[in-house]
Design a protein around this ligand. Sequence first.
Ligand code: ADP
Ligand code: MG
Length: 257
Amino acid sequence: MSQLEIKDLHVSIEDKEILKGLSLTIKQGEIHAIMGPNGTGKSTLAYTLMGHPNYTVTGGEVLLDGENVLEMEPDERSRAGVFLAFQYPVAIPGVTVANFLRSAINSRRRAENSEDKGMPIPEFRKMLKEKMDMLKMDHAFAGRYLNDGFSGGEKKRAEILQMATLKPRFAILDETDSGLDIDALRIVSEGVNALSGPELGVLVITHYQRLLNYIKPQFVHVMMGGRIVESGGPDLALHLEEHGYDWLREKTAEETA
Ligand code: ADP
Ligand code: MG
């Protein structure tokens, strides 16, 4: 079984330390949720895991089955089985969802075998239809230009479809903090529920405490001040919904005093 291990991770943006010793291990088949107030470094964690150049790792490590993820280029991370759903996906006018997905699959196949001719179109179409049916998506979606004029919910659907076709071992989903878009949260949650199973480890990052109405993580973590300050089961999310984060602020202050 695969595991993604984050050990004592320290990350800075423009010389400001944002992640201050974050540790977390996710095994294939597990669903973890990270919750926490705005500005605490949740998105920083997601971007760092995917290798965004603005985020400087100053300490700690990230290992995928013992291999150093931080030394891999973003495309290598993707091929190694790590998937990041973007909080703000970019539009690519002129490129359809189907073409985008086929290119992604084929470039991955070519990276593994330079002789590869790509997935035959009938096989690709069949696979895409199956995935769209599983996610209850209209087939017309595949013919639209990627994210071009998409609503927030449609962008999320495109991300989930990408995840379904690329079949990662680990998916990291960073939820939008602004506007608490319930529709987008529902779409992501349904997608995760449809795709989850023994092959997939999921990390859902959210600001939204009512997460448990939509998704069933086995592990819930609270992040504050760039670290995980509390971990528990689904009951922790319910507790947060009722009591907010203040009780943890006090607890964290006691620990550092
Ligand atoms: P969260 O996702 O938990 O709301 P972020 O990871 O987006 O938090 O941000 C963590 C901190 O990093 C915040 O204090 C934010 O202001 C700061 N930050 C984020 N992006 C940048 C940036 N590009 N330059 C400087 N500071 C940033
Ligand atoms: Mg964020």
